[in-house]
Design a protein around this ligand. Structure first.
Ligand SMILES: [Zn+2]
Ligand SMILES: [Zn+2]
Length: 285
């Protein structure tokens, strides 16, 4: 249990270390090789997106001081969850856990698009008028709380090794920042990379203003679920520099960029016609 205790005491430092490390790398990469020009100034974008991200971390810490790692330790100690009940080798259990947890994130992502009340929360992520490293963690506080609840339930049912939860949390955080980055990666390299991980060009399609493109490429870390379930889309019709990012009905900075707009966004507008059976697909040539 000593390793578990060490992880618990240093969990914040470990996660913050990875967060800032990867954030700085991606931010510098965006400066050196940007994919698109930003439509809103970087100062405004970063101040508000990072403001929301910092606010969310405080709320999470307050509501769930144990975090996912704490729940995994609890499940292990109680012997709860499939993998604590049926013993398989540790390394296999780690691989199975990471893959299963990533699959749950994929399903959750599809659901927040399909169910109108959840789309209200998730559209805060999509209303970003640009696409850069800060988009990757820009979620409404209520969606973050919902995600955390789902993650806890998955951990209690699955009983993953504690180390698998740490690997998964770091992987999800790292890939979210990587694949939301405004970076240029040569197509040949991207084509190989996206066999293993969701790349910026792959996930950018999901942030298109076009409904059919936004309902593609739901994966966050592993790119296989989209291919397996038929939601994979190779490239945006308008090309990566020509496509429009965001949501059609939300185009002003007051709603889409300012922190106040982001926080109230789930509560404004009529219950949308975004439900999965009422969606209007645009005709394209
Ligand atoms: Zn989405
Ligand atoms: Zn996204």
């Amino acid at each position: 249990m000593e390793l578990n205790e060490w992880i618990m005491t240093n969990e914040v430092i470990i996660r913050l270390g990875f967060f800032f490390g990867i954030f700085i790398i991606m931010a510098l990469w965006e400066l050196v090789a940007p994919r698109r020009e930003l439509t809103v100034s970087k100062v405004v974008r970063w101040a508000n997106n990072l403001g929301l991200i910092i606010f969310n971390s405080f709320v999470l810490r307050l509501l769930f001081p144990l975090a996912a790692v704490g729940v995994a330790i609890f499940a292990t100690e109680q012997g709860w969850g499939l993998l604590n009940y049926y013993t398989i080798g540790t390394s296999l259990a780690v691989i199975v856990s990471v893959v299963v947890m990533d699959f749950c994130i994929y399903i959750q992502h599809v659901m927040v698009h399909a169910i109108p009340v959840l789309w209200r929360l998730h559209r805060v992520h999509h209303a970003d008028l640009d696409y850069d490293v800060t988009t990757g963690a820009r979620f409404h506080t209520l969606e973050i709380i919902l995600s955390m609840g789902i993650k806890f339930a998955v951990i209690l049912l699955l009983g993953p090794p504690v180390v698998a939860v740490i690997i998964f949390e770091i992987m999800l955080n790292a890939t979210a920042m990587f694949n939301h980055s405004n970076v240029r990666i040569p197509e040949r390299i991207d084509n190989i990379l996206r066999l293993l991980v969701v790349t910026p060009d792959m996930h950018r399609v999901h942030h298109s203003i076009e409904d059919d493109e936004a309902n593609s490429n739901f994966g966050f870390s592993l790119p296989w679920w989209d291919r397996l379930f038929g939601t994979y889309r190779d490239q945006p019709r308008g090309g990566h520099t020509g496509m429009t990012i965001g949501i059609r009905s939300y185009r002003d900075t007051k709603h889409c960029s300012w922190l106040s707009g982001l926080l109230i966004m789930p509560f404004i507008g009529k219950i949308s016609d975004y439900a999965i059976n009422r969606r209007q697909w645009k005709d394209h040539e």
